[in-house]
Design a protein around this ligand. Structure first.
Ligand SMILES: [Zn+2]
Ligand SMILES: [Zn+2]
Length: 233
């Protein structure tokens, strides 16, 4: 995790860069009208780093269905972003430009624990994105939460959305960092062989996923069973 994201405006061609997924450090992404920019709001003071404005938690931008994986892939059609805060002409689109080490999220338990009891968008999207991974690898959710130093969310939930790039990253991380050697550490009832087969099978399926294309208008294909990455359907 996290990923570095760059916004793009087809009208003024200007862009901003921000991170997604670094929930121990960020409350979320905010479209600051005063700064005319997309910024990360720090957990530490809740203020825009440039102008000092402290947005309401409900004003943060839910980027879940607007930000693709590296290379632009996304299992469906991307949602348009917010209207460009610089020129107010067009909705932004997003490019996923870099993958940063998940260590930023998992190697500082104290920083993560300092957020316990607080619910906010960046943490909510991360938590939601663990769900398909928990299901696929048949993990014990409580053990996975302990691994990531997460506190369990309580209703009302801030968002029900998940982030596709985040799901992929959580999935790869828990498999390579833990499950590959010790499936029971996260409470999986599957054998190492079963886990590996699932991991590799899906990795192959993902490679076959084309870059997101608009769907044709009429589709008469028989109803298929939902795959884990079709979470938004
Ligand atoms: Zn613009
Ligand atoms: Zn600002």
């Amino acid at each position: 995790m996290p990923y570095q994201i760059q916004s793009q405006c087809a009208a003024c061609k200007k862009s901003d860069s921000f991170l997604i997924g670094n929930w121990p450090e960020h409350l979320g992404v905010y479209v600051c009208q005063k700064c005319q920019a997309l910024v990360n709001i720090p957990v530490s003071d809740g203020k825009c780093p440039s102008c000092g404005h402290a947005p309401q938690l409900s004003e943060l931008y839910d980027y879940s269905f607007a930000v693709p994986y590296l290379g632009g892939s996304f299992p469906g059609q991307l949602e348009p972003g917010p209207i460009c805060p610089k020129c107010h002409q067009k909705p932004l689109t997003f490019m996923n430009t870099a993958h940063l080490n998940m260590g930023m999220v998992v190697w500082d338990p104290q920083k993560a624990r300092n957020t316990w009891g607080r619910q906010y968008l960046e943490k909510a999207i991360f938590i939601n994105s663990t769900v398909p991974v928990i299901k696929e690898f048949q993990l014990d959710a409580a053990k996975l939460f302990t691994y990531f130093n997460l506190d369990a969310p309580t209703p009302p939930f801030i968002t029900s959305r998940m982030s596709f790039p985040m799901i992929l990253d959580i999935r790869t991380h828990v498999f390579t960092a833990v499950l590959d050697r010790n499936p029971s550490a996260l409470g999986s009832s599957l054998s190492p062989e079963e886990l590996t087969a699932k991991f590799i099978g899906r990795a192959k399926a993902q490679q076959r996923q084309p870059v997101a294309q608009p769907k044709p208008q009429q589709e008469h294909r028989p109803q298929k069973q939902k795959q884990w990455w079709e979470f938004w359907k």
